[in-house]
Ligand binder design. Structure first.
Ligand SMILES: *[C@@H]1O[C@H](CO)[C@@H](O)[C@H](O)[C@H]1NC(C)=O
Ligand SMILES: *[C@@H]1O[C@H](CO)[C@@H](O)[C@H](O)[C@H]1NC(C)=O
Ligand SMILES: *[C@@H]1O[C@H](CO)[C@@H](O)[C@H](O)[C@H]1NC(C)=O
Ligand SMILES: *[C@@H]1O[C@H](CO)[C@@H](O)[C@H](O)[C@H]1NC(C)=O
Ligand SMILES: CC(=O)N[C@H]1CO[C@H](CO)[C@@H](O)[C@@H]1O
Ligand SMILES: CC(=O)N[C@H]1CO[C@H](CO)[C@@H](O)[C@@H]1O
Ligand SMILES: [Ca+2]
Ligand SMILES: [Ca+2]
Length: 609
């Protein structure tokens, strides 16, 4: 009987951790094309990822999220999917994928896939059948007749159904001869938007989720979810309404930011779809014994983002918070960074899980956006704040944007500018260059004798993982030390306290009674500053350095006291305190109250006697 209870208890704890794994997961975003090439064709692939899984396990990563690996003609680096159920040839086979999942599992790493529901590639069978008006595909996409217009000479011509602009510039409508109608593409011409007003599309996309869940994936990151719906023409007299102008100076009708996207973004209908997908994922919790994560990419205002979390009656997703990307710059002060953190924590519904994203394949590298001297600071903040942390490949070693010439440029967002001089302002290629494994040819990314799909950044000989592993101090060592300490109860569950002690000093504390406290201290300035932390009353006085950034003179293992912590310029440092005890404070208060009581008794007794 006893043994049985013990077994049940063990089983219960195991399942709790499997249900809660996602709440504090460190998720590593892999951009498959640029991670590791296993067969010397210059393109990263699944077997390359599998080969490097031990590295990720050693680093302490809980899950990998892979950018799209599905069948695609690569008009938008795989975000133009022609078959949601097949692996792109150059990335490998379904067997390679299954091997990747099983090796991941054996190393304790979960696999999260990118789900791209807004559009397919134009070479998909669904699109061909929709062109041919074959049921049920007829209305799978957003089709519309053009509008009749007359030019100055009185000649009648047809123009697109509305003024909508693609995210990658120019009209969002493309005429298709075969169907004799326009189709909508919020991204490139080769990415026709699916029609979420079709029940068949809704059902088909749920089946796609089930297909991969059946293969044992642990959840999805959903791409561009805020673009799922566009205005319903039946509510606008049968036409797609034009969007109003943004009024932003210096832009023309081809620019995405020229319009205010009130009819093509963040429509109310979107949220239900997300909640429905959540339900599909929940079908698998019992059968696979783990919670499935759902994260949504939606660049939107905070209030709109928060709705993705769910409602009183429906569970939703974790909306990606891009505030680290969008709202923090090289010049942000400690006050501003604290405000960004506090804002999210304030608006987030209670009981939900926060997340911190420091980079992705669409944004300049952390080192370029925020400066090389802030790489450790930003990595640490994402890792010690409550909730999910997402690291884009290469940020753990502080990779920088690579140079990609006009001739080598692949990104449609840059190619669509037709501008060989200024293309780079729109290009996302510099932050997608291959990972720097070591100082050998092609940075150890590929053994090809030809060109890699994007050129390797030329600083790889000095800035690479092998060099950082060998060095005494490096971004990588710091990152890994912080990740190790991320597993402590204080960071997993402790209360959060953020303080900007000056323009350049930020202190993030995580305290849990009965456990060692953890605090990250960041000096954004160039000069050493001495910090007095005695205002953190519950923080024990004795501190030890457990992770020391590249610019820190406080070394790992050093001990100090909270009244005086000298933080060198650009230093990010993680400190561990002694065990936090509420009982000591309690005991003190109790003693004080007892004293008061005794005094009162004394006074009373003397008065009455
Ligand atoms: C445009 O004109 C054609 C004839 O030239 C007509 O068949 C069609 O219905 C008109 N479309 C609209 C939206 O008025
Ligand atoms: C898909 O779109 C691309 C342009 O992005 C075009 O070159 C190609 O011909 C299209 N393919 C089909 C089947 O429509
Ligand atoms: C939402 O998810 C939580 C677990 O994370 C579960 O306890 C709760 O029952 C779910 N609510 C609904 C409405 O499904
Ligand atoms: C930072 O400040 C400098 C100097 O004041 C300014 O030139 C630069 O544009 C600012 N950068 C950002 C990203 O705000
Ligand atoms: C961060 C991210 O995933 N961005 C993607 C958003 O969706 C478009 C279209 O699918 C892609 O081009 C981006 O890379
Ligand atoms: C909560 C928050 O900071 N929201 C941000 C989300 O991302 C967009 C784009 O980066 C920002 O404009 C929002 O401020
Ligand atoms: Ca390859
Ligand atoms: Ca759409």
């Amino acid at each position: 009987m006893r043994v049985l209870i013990l077994l049940l208890a063990v089983a219960a704890t195991a399942s709790v951790s499997d249900l809660d794994w996602w709440k504090t997961a460190l998720i590593y975003q892999i951009y498959p094309r640029s991670f590791k090439d296993s067969n010397a064709d210059g393109i990263g692939d699944l077997n390359g990822i599998t080969e490097k899984l031990p590295y990720l396990a050693e680093t302490g990563v809980d899950a990998i999220w892979m950018s799209p690996i599905y069948k695609s003609p690569m008009y938008d680096a795989g975000y133009d999917i022609t078959d949601y159920r097949q692996i792109q040839d150059e990335y490998g086979t379904m067997a390679d994928f299954e091997k990747l999942v099983s090796v991941s599992k054996s190393l304790g790493i979960r696999v999260v896939l990118d789900f791209v529901p807004n559009h397919t590639g134009n070479e998909s069978e669904w699109f061909s059948k929709s062109i041919a008006r074959e049921a049920p595909y007829t209305d799978y996409y957003v089709w519309s007749d053009g509008l009749n217009a007359t030019d100055e000479n009185g000649t009648v011509y047809t123009k697109p159904p509305s003024n909508w602009v693609s995210n990658f510039r120019k009209s969002a409508w493309e005429f298709h001869e075969g169907r004799g109608q326009y189709y909508l593409h919020q991204f490139v011409i080769g990415q026709p938007d699916l029609n979420y007003r079709s029940d068949s599309v809704q059902a088909a996309m749920k089946d796609v989720l089930r297909f991969w869940l059946d293969k044992g994936v642990s959840g999805f990151r959903v791409d561009a979810v805020n673009k799922l719906y566009e205005a319903d023409p039946s509510k606008y007299g049968g036409v797609y309404p034009d969007e109003p102008l943004s009024g932003i100076a210096g832009l023309g009708p081809d620019d995405y930011e020229y319009l205010r996207h009130i009819y093509t973004e963040n429509l109310d209908e979107t949220y239900d779809v997300v909640y429905n997908w959540r339900d599909v994922l929940d079908e698998y919790i019992n059968s696979q014994g783990e919670y499935k994560i759902l994260m949504t990419e939606a660049y939107a205002d905070l209030q709109l983002m928060i709705k993705y979390y769910g409602t009183k009656t429906r569970n939703g997703s974790i909306p990606f918070n891009f505030s680290f990307l969008g709202d923090i710059t090289k010049n942000s002060t400690a006050w501003e960074i604290k405000t960004v953190i506090d804002k999210w924590m304030t608006y987030m519904p209670s009981g939900k899980v926060a997340n911190w994203v420091n980079g992705n394949h669409d944004q300049s590298r952390l080192a370029n956006r925020q400066g090389e001297d802030r790489v450790d600071a930003m990595n640490m903040l994402a890792l010690i704040l409550p909730g999910v942390a997402i690291t884009y490949q290469g940020e753990e070693i502080g990779m920088t944007d690579g140079y990609v010439s006009w001739n080598d440029t692949q990104d449609p967002q840059a190619c669509n500018t037709d501008d060989p001089i200024n293309y780079y302002k729109k290009s996302r290629d510099p932050n997608r260059t291959p990972y720097h494994w070591d100082s050998s040819a092609n940075a150890g990314f590929s053994n090809t004798t030809g060109a890699t799909w994007l050129p390797v950044a030329d600083n790889y000989r000095t800035l690479n993982l092998a060099a950082q592993m060998a060095a005494q101090k490096s971004h990588y060592h710091f990152y890994k030390d912080v990740v190790t300490n991320r597993k402590t109860p204080a960071i997993q569950e402790g209360d959060l306290d953020t303080r900007a002690l000056s323009e350049s000093l930020l202190v993030v504390t995580r305290l849990l009674p009965g456990e060692a406290g953890m605090l990250g201290v960041v000096n954004l300035g160039a000069d050493t500053q001495t910090v007095d932390l005695t205002s953190l009353k519950l923080l024990p006085a004795d501190l030890e350095v457990v992770a020391s950034g590249v610019d820190c003179t406080l070394e790992k293992g050093a001990t100090l006291t909270k009244s005086s912590v000298a933080v060198s310029g650009h230093c990010a440092v993680l400190l561990r305190s002694g065990v936090v005890s509420y009982s000591a404070a309690h005991a003190q208060r109790l003693a004080y109250h007892l004293l008061l009581l005794a005094l009162a008794c004394c006074i009373l007794s003397t008065t009455f006697i």
